[in-house]
Structures are given as structure tokens and as C-alpha cells.
Write a protein that binds this ligand. Structure first.
Ligand SMILES: C=C(O[C@@H]1C=C(C(=O)O)C=C[C@H]1O)C(=O)O
Length: 281
């Protein structure tokens, strides 16, 4: 049987999949499906994927359909650089700006977790009046002239080369300053009803994922020289980006996920915080 594996098409986990392909290559045992998180969430929900790193919010929303791969995530401790709110004025001036420039605040159609995080920060931390939210195609935020959320490589480009006149707010920094915790953007979500054969493949994959993420730094130098990487990011910028991320799911990350679940519940985005259930080979 072929395990169907989702692959987030972003630099934040590009190196993990690059290394994974050496020990679990594309072929009869493993098939990789690249896309942005919202599309991977949809495919997971439909049962088209057996496992994928994908939005932590998707797990919280549909936990009854899933289990989590132990010890694996995409987190940011103090900054993320690739989940950004871009505003034409500083946050404290936004209510006045929105009153003079009526219209929506734009969200990206690529995200589930970061849109929920922005909504939570907006009302519960920044205490701004509820705006009209509008979802736009990934990469279209800047052309709207409105305040907007961008994620992934498109956001990272704005981080290294900020658009003129915009104030850039890093949502992981906002979360860390508010809660003292890292933020869990993605978890590895496993479909519940897996066959025995699929579970065996997944146990193999899990060992590799945990081994790779435990020793990522040692590969940075070699990885950063690969021609597939984009020309708009220098090696020092790429190292700084990768070092900002962490890939475990220990006590701090689980506490953060639970707090995020509570905050989303308070915001009316979730019916409640579900229990965390784990894949057990
Ligand atoms: C750190 C990031 O987080 C991503 C954001 C996600 C979301 O908002 O749903 C899902 C997966 C993560 O890869 C990023 O976009 O770079």
C-alpha cells in the first residue's frame, strides 16, 4: 500500500521533506502531495491523505477524525517571519484608519491557524473593534491596499523586503509576548481509520521525521547550497529563518496549543478545546 502524505509547500518545512525523501522516497510505499495548508486541511478532512503536517486549527476543529503524530510540529518560539499582519499604520492607529478608509481586513485563503490567531489577537490582545474580514487568494493581500494577513513564502518575502509604507507585525512574536509560549502553527495530523499496513508504513515514517527534526541544524550548511532554493533569500537569512522554527511537540507546545484552543473557543471559532489524541504504532 502507498501512504498518502501531504507536504506543505513552504520553506518552513522544505528541508525536513528534502531529508525525508532520502529514507522514505517517493515510490510504491510513499506518495507526497504538495500544497498550501488550507488545501491539505481539505484533503485530510476528505480522507484523501493519510498524514500531513497541516494547520493546528484543523486538528482542534475536527479532532474526532484525527490523531496526532507524537513529537512533531511546526512551531515558532519568538518570531516566525512568515506569518505576518501588514498594516498601513501602527496598530494603535488602525481604528482611526479603518474609520476613514471603510472596507475589509484581508485574510489569506491558504491558512486556517493564522487567520484564527489573527482574530484572537485582534480582539483579545489588541482589543480592536471587530472588522469586516475578507478572504483573498494567497499573494493578493498587498494589491488590495487594505490591512492584510499573509503566510508562508509570500510572507517571508515581505519580511526580508518589506513593502513601502507598511508596518509588519509578526504574529508569533505577538503570541510569545502575550503568553510567554511558543506558537504551534502546524501539527502532523493522522487520519484515524488507517489500515494495519498503513500504520506500519506510518511507524517507519514517524521514526524518520523524529530523527530528522532532532538533528536539523547539522544539515543547514549543505541544504542552503541546493539550487532548488529561491534566489531572493540569502543563506544568512535562510539560517535565521530556520533557526526561528522548532519542530517538537513537548510540554510547552502542548500547553500553548491548549491555550490557543481556549482562546479560539472564547472567540467563537471552536465549540471547545478537544483532548489531544496520539498515533500509537
Ligand atoms: C509558520 C507558518 O505556518 C503555517 C501556517 C498554517 C496556517 O495558518 O494554517 C499552517 C501550517 C504552517 O506551515 C508559515 O506559514 O510559514
Amino acid at each position: 500500500m502507498t501512504l498518502q502524505i501531504g507536504r506543505i509547500d513552504y520553506l518552513n518545512i522544505w528541508h525536513v521533506f528534502h531529508l525525508l525523501a532520502k529514507t522514505c522516497p517517493e515510490g510504491p510505499d510513499f506518495h507526497y502531495v504538495p500544497d498550501h495548508p488550507s488545501e491539505l486541511n481539505r484533503a485530510l478532512a476528505k480522507g484523501e491523505l493519510d498524514i500531513s503536517p497541516s494547520s493546528s486549527f484543523e486538528y482542534l476543529l475536527h479532532a474526532e477524525n484525527y490523531v496526532l503524530l507524537p513529537g512533531a510540529s511546526i512551531c515558532a518560539r519568538k518570531e516566525v517571519q512568515s506569518v505576518l499582519f501588514l498594516s498601513p499604520v501602527p496598530l494603535e492607529e488602525l481604528p482611526g484608519w479603518l474609520a476613514h478608509n471603510p472596507g475589509p481586513v484581508c485574510l489569506t485563503g491558504a491558512s486556517a491557524t493564522s487567520t484564527a490567531l489573527l482574530k484572537v489577537l485582534w480582539s483579545q490582545k489588541w482589543k480592536l473593534p471587530e472588522p469586516h474580514w475578507m478572504t483573498v487568494e494567497p499573494g493578493h493581500g498587498l494589491s488590495t491596499g487594505r490591512p492584510f494577513l499573509e503566510i508562508g513564502n509570500l510572507a517571508l518575502r515581505h519580511f526580508v523586503d518589506p513593502p513601502a509604507g507598511y508596518h509588519v507585525v509578526d504574529l508569533a512574536t505577538e503570541w510569545a509576548n502575550w503568553t510567554g509560549l511558543p506558537f504551534v502553527f502546524a501539527v502532523w495530523i493522522v487520519r484515524r481509520a488507517l489500515s494495519a499496513a498503513a500504520r506500519e508504513q506510518l511507524a517507519r515514517l514517524r521514526l524518520q521525521i523524529n530523527a530528522i527534526t532532532a538533528d536539523l541544524d547539522s544539515h543547514f550548511e549543505t541544504l542552503s547550497r541546493l539550487p532548488e532554493l529561491p534566489a531572493w533569500l540569502t543563506s544568512p537569512d535562510l539560517f535565521r529563518y530556520w533557526r526561528a522554527m522548532s519542530y517538537g511537540l513537548g510540554p510547552d507546545e502542548q500547553a500553548s496549543l491548549a491555550l490557543f484552543g481556549e482562546r479560539c473557543t472564547k472567540q467563537g471559532l471552536l465549540p471547545g478545546m478537544p483532548g489531544l489524541r496520539w498515533f500509537d504504532a
